[in-house]
Design a protein. Structure first.
Length: 254
DNA sequence: ATGGCCTCGGTTCGAGGA
């Protein structure tokens, strides 16, 4: 079973890339973030024509998440029940016995801003909810854009980024607390090449210079981590015309 | 060099992203 996540930065703009990627990478589950699409305009027909069922939670202009699946989707939950939030950042569903949570963690804008405090509060409530969910679901995967580079290995220039949003210690501590729930960063279960990232700024030719961050992650419950045999980041879609600034992460479960 | 680029909504610029 292959589980993937991709922040598409507007599904309206990126739908051709998503369909092309799924044709070349027929994963079982694909979690999308930043669909920026209201539910009434979600491209259900195009996705179903590609062989996928879909559950989505959208809003106007910002945020929006979706789960695409080749298998039946059960028990859909939108948002964290412990944290009422107008921003559509979470959708969860059970697929083939796996509880799949698709998450778009707030960006945080700048350290110390209101948005940064919202990010930390949001993460705190995510942790509490996941703690409860892990008691219910042995097979649980939470995939998405965490907007946190967990370690200096995940930052192209750790000195330049030190202390800034996406890298700051309180954010990293929040990520470590999720791992403290026995969730495993699937990418780090395996030996990986150096300087592998999942996001590159649109500016300054950052992708060509590989000035990126690894901020998109797949966390796995112990039972799933034990069955995980690979986790890779696919840079290919970032090379296309008019790409998303993020690229997919894929975990393979035996 | 504290910007650069992209998307959206809605107009030709500001907000937000990361």
């Amino acid at each position: 079973m292959k589980l993937a996540t991709w922040n598409v930065n507007s599904l309206k703009v990126r739908l051709p890339h998503v369909l092309q990627w799924l044709a070349e990478n027929p994963v079982d589950v694909l979690c999308l973030q930043e669909t920026k699409t209201v539910d009434g305009k979600f491209p259900v027909a195009e996705i179903e024509a590609a062989g996928y069922q879909v559950a989505y939670a959208g809003q106007k202009t910002y945020n929006g998440v979706a789960i695409l699946s080749r298998h039946p989707i059960h028990d859909v939950v939108r948002n964290n029940p412990l944290y009422p939030d107008e921003q559509q950042r979470i959708i969860a569903a059970t697929i083939e016995g796996v509880r799949v949570i698709c998450a778009y963690v707030p960006n945080g804008q700048t350290v110390g801003s209101d948005k940064y405090e919202y990010k930390l509060t949001w993460l705190d409530h995510l942790e509490r909810w996941l703690e409860a969910e892990l008691r219910i679901h042995e097979n649980l995967a939470i995939l998405g854009d965490y907007n946190i580079a967990p370690d200096d290995r995940d930052v192209h220039d750790p000195v330049a980024w030190e202390g800034s949003v996406l890298v700051s210690e309180p954010e990293r501590a929040a990520f470590r607390r999720l791992c403290g729930l026995k969730l495993a960063d699937a990418f780090r279960l395996f030996e990986q090449p150096e300087k592998i990232y999942s996001w590159w700024d649109y500016r300054q030719m950052a992708f060509r210079r590989n000035r990126g961050l690894r901020i998109d992650h797949i966390l796995l419950s112990p039972a799933l981590a034990a069955r995980c045999i690979a986790c890779v980041i696919d840079k290919a879609p970032r090379k296309l015309e008019q790409p998303s600034d993020h690229t997919p992460v894929i975990a393979t479960i035996a």
